[in-house]
Write a protein that binds this ligand. Sequence first.
Ligand code: PRP
Ligand code: URA
Ligand code: MG
Length: 204
Amino acid sequence: MTVLDHPLVGVLVTELRDERTPVERFREVVEQLGRLLAYEALREVRVREKAVRTPVAGATGTRLAASPTVVCILRAGAGLTPGVLSLIPGARMGHLGMARDEATLEPRTYYDKLPPDVADGPVLLCDPMLATGGSAVAAVELLAGRGCRDVTFLGVIAAPEGVKRLTEAHPEVPLVLAALDERLDGRGYIVPGLGDAGDRIFGT
Ligand SMILES: O=P(O)(O)OC[C@H]1O[C@H](OP(=O)(O)OP(=O)(O)O)[C@H](O)[C@@H]1O
Ligand SMILES: O=c1cc[nH]c(=O)[nH]1
Ligand SMILES: [Mg+2]
């Protein structure tokens, strides 16, 4: 697990936590964090050489060995993915619609649209919140069922309970986070967290 260790990430997460942050700024900050999380998550991505000509001479550059797929867990993941795509604009995108049942806290998958070749490269699975971990585990298992073997989870805030559940079920999935919080409350919200990410991104 990697928790981004950078003062500017701390400043951005603090803006998200602040209940007074308006929806337009909340969206901007989630997008910025998507960019920073993707930057870190792709640190070890496989590359190949690429020959280019500068105005001065030939140079040996770099290209990604395989095109990544960005998978968004709706709704709140849609706040992160524009930032992720800003770094890898050619990436394919997949969407998984998942909503937690408020009583049982178990996720219900209501939509699933993945590129047919999703397993041909690395997958960046995006959801700002990892609470009980139920949604992330369900998403990883759905992706595994489509053959994905190289999945990285990108999240803004995680609870220790969610990290434990995801890493015990899928130790092969690296986590890249902006913050690791204290615990869950009785309703399954991350403490101190930022509230309901989907509601704050979409103004609902
Ligand atoms: O780790 P878990 O306990 O599964 O909780 C985390 C999930 O809860 C939130 O989604 P929510 O179900 O509120 O749906 P939304 O994004 O449509 O608001 C969040 O965006 C995660 O998907
Ligand atoms: O704290 C939480 C927990 C789950 N989903 C959220 O959006 N926030
Ligand atoms: Mg929500």
